[in-house]
Design a binder for this molecule. Structure first.
Ligand code: PEP
Ligand code: MG
Length: 295
């Protein structure tokens, strides 16, 4: 494993046509980031910020969040840092946040829906991200977007946070890139429309598969039906990548399918240029990618 890491960590990947393929890491905090960088991550494609909020008794303050995002940005030294806003709900809850019991939590008040209903939590996080954005190459990403209105509302909250900081003379990257997860079939089906409004996509296959096939990603009794290579799933992925290419925006994949050896050649063929995987499998995936592009 060590040899593999050393061998692949610094390699740059190009397709035969000269397309640059980037390998990013999915992280849940600074510890993961360290492993990611040791393993040659060229950036972070997904920072799951919910882990900063979990396993504690109170909401992390703006200052606490700012410090973590800033540290991550600095350690990445101008490499891309994609910070996803809070994705709570579904299977994840916070002990200090009162949440109504729902009969279908994965179809309920989750992720961006919860944030839009709790503007204080959302704004606190967005201000922390904006303030950290002067220390590196940060981009913001909204999870679980299902319709255009949701994206526009999230974006306008970000705009108002920018105004708040501006008024106080607090510096931030005013041209910070704003992207969205494509992890709900409605978003994939409307990828062409979204691509005109957002700066980048990231395909979350874990949820996209669950919602497309109506198969709970956590339920072992139906795991045989959770088929990442289902033609309907592949078609949605292809549509998303094509829409991004057409609009000239970057498209990443941060779901588990990005590290599925069976899918990688197909994803490259679809035109996917950014693969974001868990830090532990980066070297392995780089080697599969290199093989797939034939170098
Ligand atoms: C996904 O849904 O594929 C994804 C990357 O997000 P999460 O696994 O955090 O829901
Ligand atoms: Mg998801």
């Amino acid at each position: 494993q060590k040899e593999k890491v050393a061998c692949f960590a610094r390699k740059k990947i190009f397709t035969k046509e000269g397309r640059r393929i980037l390998t990013f890491a999915n992280i849940g905090g600074l510890k993961d980031l360290e492993i990611a960088l040791e393993n040659g991550a060229e950036g972070v494609g997904l920072f799951r910020t919910e882990f900063l909020f979990m396993d504690r008794g109170t909401m992390p303050t703006e200052e606490e969040q700012f410090r973590v995002y800033k540290e991550a940005a600095k350690r990445l030294d101008r490499k891309t840092l994609t910070i996803r806003t809070l994705d709570i709900g579904g299977d994840k809850s916070l002990p200090y946040l009162k949440m109504e019991k729902e009969s279908n939590p994965f179809l309920g008040l989750r992720a961006i829906r919860l944030c839009l209903k709790n503007p204080e939590i959302f704004e606190t996080q967005l201000r922390a991200i904006l303030r950290a954005s002067v220390y590196g190459n940060i981009r913001v990403m909204f999870p679980m977007i299902s319709c255009m209105d949701e994206f526009q509302r999230a974006k306008s909250v970000l705009d108002s946070c920018k105004q708040q900081l501006e008024q106080k003379g607090v510096p931030f990257d005013s041209s910070i890139k704003i992207g969205m997860m494509i992890e709900i079939p409605s978003a994939a089906l409307l990828a062409e429309k979204f691509a005109k409004q957002v700066d980048f996509f990231s395909i979350g296959t874990n949820d996209l598969i669950q919602y497309t096939l109506a198969v709970d990603r956590m339920n072992e009794r139906i795991s045989d039906l959770y088929n990442p290579l289902h033609p309907a799933v592949l078609r949605l992925i292809q549509m998303t990548i094509s829409a991004a290419l057409q609009a000239g925006i970057p498209c990443c994949m941060c779901g588990e399918l990005a590290s599925d050896e069976r899918a990688i050649p197909l994803l490259l063929q679809y035109g996917l240029n950014e693969f974001s995987v868990s830090p532990g499998v980066l070297a392995e995936i780089k080697s599969v990618l290199l093989q797939s592009v034939g170098s």
